[in-house]
Each structure stands twice: as structure tokens, then as C-alpha cells.
Design a protein around this ligand. Structure first.
Ligand SMILES: [Zn+2]
Length: 590
């Protein structure tokens, strides 16, 4: 694995906590709801600091489609208004009823809470019961969990007229419940939730569940949300590489927040600013370019800022983007462990080595969720990080913490308690050391430092499972063989490419081939829809195009021919993608 110890050490030594600390002070005064003056002030602050530091910055001003939750009201009927009101919050993109009540009988569907970050997008309670009338139809569903998009959509499709989510603790966490990723199209806009959704805390939820179990409990629900297109600021710094400036790495995070959002994600914004300062200082020694972007519209537009950038700069990203690195909730108090770091399989070697070399810590990875500004999977650059450091799992267990999506694992996440004590500057320094070590390696490695045989191995293991589950229906065996052949070809190609570069050959066409290979393998491993589109924000497995193989054996006999037809078509698409991948790694003559 490539490393440049002298440059990496200089980069880590250059870290100062002055800019991060000033940014945190300023952002602690700004409720950065997208499209509001506070958020614009934060965007201007980032741009001003970059200008003051001499870092080239462009501020884009797109209109983003947002839904800002204002408030909700949940009343037990027949208690009158003001009586039996239960504290609640609506997630972004729930239906705004304005002043109108939606009333109905409660239907309690017990569920289980996510065991960890990796389970947050699961839909344990929402699968329809087989046969007979669906008990949730026409009712207000009450269930445990965050109002995650797949669950909300599934209950709505089953005929629920409203939904109440019981959060796992004393706090109500803010969130977003649409499956639509970024700005809707005229087609996807129909997936916008059409019913009100609210969240309540655990004690209130338990009380409602008890009432619902005894039967006949009725609720009235009203929601107020502000929805529409709003101008937002997207600051993007660019530090040009000294040797191959067209090739660039994208480093990014969101700067909008719930409340003042210190742990999610002022700390990430501070990290991005310090990265810009340090990398700008080292620019003469950086071979390739780095773009550093701060996104609006993450929390209330389902990653609207990064999705806008993906749409607007698609050609550039497709041709030149080496990889992207996402920064969300680093530098939080007590977050000293690297046990659940997201990275794509091909980046595992890079990330574990960078974490070990930077801070002498072991690291364990997980497959990136379809979440958190991973808005580029259908273009296809390799990606890593999002959440990085966390409070050690054993310590969270000892404290009785439940699963959250940031703040190092602290239950302050997405609440008014996400305040300055959530941040830890010494831990932010450690995380910055990791980011810099990783970035410098990507920018200066002669060949892009990703092992695509690892991605192929991940896919091969999953496809073998699909093949077994679809046995007798559709033959997926040829894909297993294709992957084995591709793996061999990639390994031989890489060895040949390294020999050629060592002998002084031109590395540019070789790196271009690696990027084109990623443009095939990343969408194959992570996407269901076509390139340059944006799949829904729901949980996907490995090679999601083939996931329907999991359902085919259990499907009723009269449905099976339809599933067979669909799976056969997906097999054909996958095989064509693998043929295209193999063409990118034809043997290199010695
Ligand atoms: Zn975040």
C-alpha cells in the first residue's frame, strides 16, 4: 500500500484547532435549518474563512426541495383540545395537514429497535401479513423505531391513515421520512408521503401502546410542515494538484443541522475547513486535486445538496473523480473507537492502514448504508467513511445507549441537546489526522489505491447465495463464473499496471481505466436503478439488482413466473455490466 511518511507527518503536524474552534463557537449560535437566514450565515461564514485563508472557493446557489417540520399535535380522543395532548414531532416530508385533524383508531404493531447503526434502515414491522384483511388499513399505526422511509412507505401502502413512531428513550429525535433521494422528479414526487407521521418518546409511546392493546383507543393528529423549493448555498473549495489536476478527490459533509447541531455536523464542518487550510498549505506537494464541499439540505431535503452536485457535475464526477470521502459527526466526546467505520470493500486496505498509521488504532469496517450524502453511487466513485469515530461499543452498552445515527453514538443526536459539550477538540484532532493521512495517500498514490478484487469477492459471496436461493427458477450460476473470471483479470491487470508504472510508463490511462472499472462495479454493488439516477433511500443488499432471488422460492406459485421474468432480465443486465468490466482490464503486455 502506497504511503508518503514525510508528507503525511507534515500534514498531521500542520493541524491547528484554531479554525475548528472558532467555527464551533459561531455555529453554536446558528440553527442551521436549510433555506433559512441562519443556514445562509453558516454558508457565508465557511466561504469567508476560506477566502481569508486564501483557499479558492466557489459558492453555488441552487434551489433545493425541502420540508421543514414546524410542529405537530397528538390528542387522545374523546379528551378535548389541550387535554391529553402528547408531546410529538413530525419528521421532514410527513404530510402537513395544516390545521386539519386526522382521526382514527390506533393499531399497535409491536416492533424492535435497531440494534446498531447498520440496522437503522431495516423495516422489521412493516411487512404485510399474508392473506385476509390488513389490520392496519384505515387505522393510525403505532410502532417502535425511528420513522425510517422504507417503513413509513410500507405502512402507507398497506392503508395506514397516519403513523406514530415510539422513539427508544426520553428524547424525540428529528428525522426525515421520505424515500425520495434529493430533489424529486415529476415521476418520483408521487412517492412523497401522503399521510401524517409523528414521533413520540418512549414513556408516552408505552402509554399509547397500552391503551391501544386494550382496544378502541382513538387519536387526533395534526401536523404543520413548510415544504417547497428554497435557495441554498453550496460552498466548494478546490485545491488544484501539481501533477494531474484534472483528477480529483471529493471530500464532503453537510452543514445544515437540527437545532444548532454541534455533533451533527458542526464538528464535520470544522474538520472540512481545517482540511482545506492544511491541504492548501501543502498544495505544491499534492499531485492531484481535492474538492471540499459543504452541503445544505441534508436533514430536510434527504441529501438535497450532494444530490444537486451529483446532478450538476455528473460529467466531471464520472470522468475525473477518484473517490469521495464523507465526513459526518467526527470529533465527539468519548468517541475513541473505530469499530464501525463505513468503507466500500475495495477501500478497506487503504482505510485500515491509514487509521493505524495515523492514530495507532485498529479499525473494523461496515458496508456503507444507502444514507448520509452517499449520493454518488450511481455515478460510481469508490467511497469511504461517513461516521468515523464512536464511543466504544462496550461503553455505550454500559451507559444504556440505544442506536443513533451520529454524535459518536450519544443520544444527543438530532435533539436540542446537541450542544457544545458534545464536541471534543482532542478527538477531532485525531480524526483530522486520519482524514489527512487517507487523503494524501489517495492524492499521491501512483495508481488509485483501491483493490477491486475485494469488491468482486464481496459480490461473489452474495451472488452465490442468490444463486442457491433461485435454484430451479433462474440460473444465476453464470454470474458466479463471470465474477471469478473478472477477479482473476483484475489481479493480473493490477500487477501489470504496477510493473508499467514502476518502469516509468504513463499512469494516466491506467488510472482512467481504474475509474471506469469503478463506474461499473460501484453501481453494480450498490444500485438498483440506472446510472446518474438516484435510487430510493431504503435498505439495499449486495448487488441489489439480484435481491429478488431471495423472494422467489417463497413466492406463491402464481406469482413465481413474474418474478422469474424479472430476475432473468436482471441477470442479463448484470452479465452485460460484467462483460464491460472485463473489457476495462484486458491483459497488459509485459
Ligand atoms: Zn449528519
Amino acid at each position: 500500500m502506497f504511503a508518503d511518511p514525510a508528507l503525511e507527518a507534515d500534514a498531521r503536524r500542520s493541524i491547528s484547532l484554531d479554525e475548528p474552534s472558532s467555527l464551533l463557537d459561531r455555529f453554536a449560535t446558528l440553527t442551521r435549518e436549510s433555506g433559512t437566514p441562519d443556514e445562509h450565515a453558516a454558508g457565508e461564514y465557511i466561504a469567508e474563512r476560506l477566502r481569508a485563508l486564501g483557499v479558492p472557493v466557489t459558492v453555488h446557489r441552487p434551489d433545493l426541495f425541502l420540508s421543514i417540520p414546524e410542529r405537530s399535535e397528538v390528542r387522545l380522543i374523546p379528551d378535548g383540545p389541550g387535554d391529553g395532548v402528547i408531546a410529538s414531532r413530525p419528521p421532514a416530508f410527513a404530510l402537513s395537514t395544516g390545521g386539519a385533524d386526522v382521526t382514527g383508531e390506533l393499531c399497535y404493531v409491536p416492533s424492535k429497535y435497531a440494534a446498531g447503526t447498520g440496522d437503522l434502515f431495516d423495516t422489521p414491522s412493516a411487512a404485510a401479513a399474508a392473506g385476509g384483511a390488513d389490520p392496519v388499513a384505515g387505522k393510525i399505526v403505532l410502532t417502535e423505531g425511528y420513522s425510517m422511509p422504507g417503513t413509513v412507505r410500507a405502512f402507507e401502502q398497506r392503508g395506514a391513515i397516519a403513523q406514530v413512531y415510539i422513539h427508544p428513550g426520553a428524547a424525540i429525535h428529528e428525522g426525515i421520512c421520505t424515500t425520495i433521494w434529493g430533489a424529486p422528479t415529476d415521476e418520483s414526487v408521487s412517492r412523497k408521503p401522503r399521510t401524517p407521521v409523528v414521533c413520540v418518546n418512549a414513556p408516552d409511546g408505552a402509554r399509547l401502546a397500552k391503551l391501544a392493546s386494550t382496544g378502541g383507543a382513538r387519536l387526533a393528529i395534526r401536523t404543520w410542515l413548510r415544504e417547497g423549493w428554497a435557495p441554498c448555498l453550496v460552498p466548494v473549495a478546490e485545491i488544484r494538484g501539481a501533477v494531474d489536476p484534472d483528477e480529483f478527490m471529493l471530500v464532503h459533509g453537510h452543514y445544515d443541522s437540527w437545532y444548532v447541531g454541534i455533533g451533527d455536523n458542526a464538528v464535520g464542518d470544522a474538520a472540512l475547513l481545517e482540511l482545506a487550510r492544511v491541504l492548501h498549505g501543502l498544495r505544491a506537494r499534492l499531485q492531484r486535486s481535492v474538492r471540499i464541499a459543504w452541503w445544505p439540505g441534508h436533514s430536510t431535503g434527504r441529501y438535497a445538496g450532494s444530490t444537486w452536485y451529483a446532478d450538476e457535475f455528473a460529467d466531471d464526477l464520472d470522468t475525473w473523480c477518484i473517490a469521495h470521502l464523507n465526513i459526518d459527526s467526527p470529533g465527539c466526546a468519548d468517541a475513541t473507537a473505530y469499530e464501525e467505520v463505513m468503507w466500500m470493500a475495495e477501500a478497506a486496505g487503504l482505510c485500515t492502514a491509514a487509521i493505524k498509521d495515523a492514530v495507532s488504532e485498529p479499525a473494523a469496517g461496515m458496508r456503507p448504508l444507502r444514507a448520509g450524502d452517499y449520493s454518488f453511487n450511481q455515478i460510481g466513485p469508490t467511497a469511504f467513511y461517513m461516521l468515523l469515530s464512536n464511543i466504544p461499543i462496550a461503553e455505550r452498552k454500559r451507559r444504556g445507549y440505544y442506536a443513533v445515527g451520529g454524535n459518536g453514538g450519544s443520544p444527543t443526536w438530532h435533539t436540542p441537546n446537541d450542544l457544545p459539550p458534545v464536541a471534543s477538540l482532542p478527538i477531532l484532532r485525531r480524526d483530522l489526522e486520519i482524514y489527512l493521512t487517507t487523503i494524501v495517500r489517495v492524492l499521491n498514490a501512483p495508481l488509485h489505491p483501491f483493490d477491486y478484487t475485494a469488491a468482486v469477492d464481496e459480490m461473489a459471496a452474495a451472488v452465490a447465495g442468490y444463486r442457491d436461493r433461485a435454484a430451479g427458477e433462474v440460473d444465476l450460476g453464470p454470474i458466479v463464473d463471470d465474477l471469478a473470471a473478472l477477479r482473476q483479470q483484475i489481479a493480473a491487470w493490477r500487477a501489470g499496471a504496477e510493473r508499467r508504472v514502476a518502469a516509468g510508463g504513463d499512469r494516466r490511462p491506467l488510472n482512467a481505466a481504474l475509474r471506469r472499472l469503478a463506474r461499473i462495479l460501484v453501481p453494480l454493488n450498490y444500485a438498483r436503478g440506472e446510472r446518474f439516477d438516484h435510487d430510493p433511500a431504503t435498505k439495499f443488499g449486495v448487488v441489489p439488482r439480484l435481491e429478488l432471488a431471495n423472494r422467489i422460492a417463497a413466492a406463491p406459485a402464481d406469482r413465481r413466473p413474474f418474478l422469474r421474468t424479472a430476475l432473468r432480465r436482471e441477470r442479463n443486465k448484470v452479465r452485460a455490466m460484467l462483460r464491460a468490466a472485463r473489457r476495462e482490464v484486458e491483459p497488459i503486455p509485459a
